[in-house]
Design a protein around this ligand. Structure first.
Ligand SMILES: C[S@@+](CC[C@H](N)C(=O)[O-])C[C@H]1O[C@@H](n2cnc3c(N)ncnc32)[C@H](O)[C@@H]1O
Length: 226
């Protein structure tokens, strides 16, 4: 991998993006930020809970959330890319999760299973009242999808603010950031600023990063104190 890497690590990290938006390059368990994100979420998510995936992509995180909340739980997953939601639906159906689609704004999902929302995640409040036990966001573009449909600073921050408001005490949120692609550094900085501003009396906020790879993905983890 090193021979394909630019000085800032960007080329390799972009080229090595897996279908769940994570990166490979190390066989070590928990080497991927997406693995750490799921580990953090799995510490609190219970059967019957409600969770949100702000970026459905290829459906790996949505499928994980659905397995964690089980048959009585609910997961709302957003994406602006039809192909991504289609892949997510297929993945969910393979694991036996019941799937509903919507593109129209309306009352929050009442039925158990997954609600796939074909809309920008910044419109979260139109689809989700909460309260939420867990929220995941894996930013950037969808590997194998349209790279032009990439997350953007303003809508990402709007979605995260709405998600943070709806998180239950004890609830957790993860954001995987990709500073290596065009626009990614600005988006990462804005999200980091947002999370840095959360009051420490109410929030525990941590960051996980490969400190020797400036443009590698990094992970923000936050928990609302119980
Ligand atoms: C890195 S992928 C997500 C990977 C996914 N979590 C998984 O487990 O496979 C990022 C996704 O965000 C989607 N996206 C970009 N902008 C968005 C927006 N404003 N609202 C919702 N989804 C968006 C892209 O279409 C893409 O599918």
């Amino acid at each position: 991998m090193a021979d394909r890497e630019k000085a800032d690590g960007s080329a390799a990290w972009a080229a090595d993006k897996e279908s769940d938006g994570s990166t490979r390059g190390d066989a070590c368990p928990l080497a991927r930020m997406t693995d750490w994100a799921r580990l953090w979420i799995s510490g609190v998510l219970q059967p019957g809970d409600m969770a949100v995936d702000l970026t459905a992509g290829n459906g790996h995180d949505t499928a994980f959330l659905c397995r964690m909340v089980g048959a009585p739980g609910r997961v709302v997953a957003f994406d602006i890319q039809h192909q991504a939601l289609q892949r997510t639906a297929e993945r969910l159906q393979e694991q036996g999760t019941s799937v509903t689609w919507t593109a129209s704004e309306g009352p929050p999902a009442a039925a158990p299973g997954a609600l796939l929302v074909a809309a920008c995640h910044s419109r979260l409040e139109r689809y989700v009242e909460g309260p939420l036990r867990a929220v995941m966001a894996n930013l950037g573009y969808c590997p194998g999808g349209d790279h032009a449909l990439v997350t953007r600073t303003d809508t990402t921050c709007a979605a995260l603010r709405a998600a943070l408001e709806r998180l239950l005490p004890g609830g957790r949120i993860t954001v995987v950031l990709y500073p290596g692609h065009a626009g990614g550094a600005g988006e990462s900085a804005a999200v980091r600023k947002l999370f840095s501003s959360l009051p420490p009396g109410e929030w525990q906020v941590m960051e996980l990063a490969a400190v020797n790879r400036r443009a590698a993905p990094h992970l923000l983890l936050a928990a609302r104190k119980a």
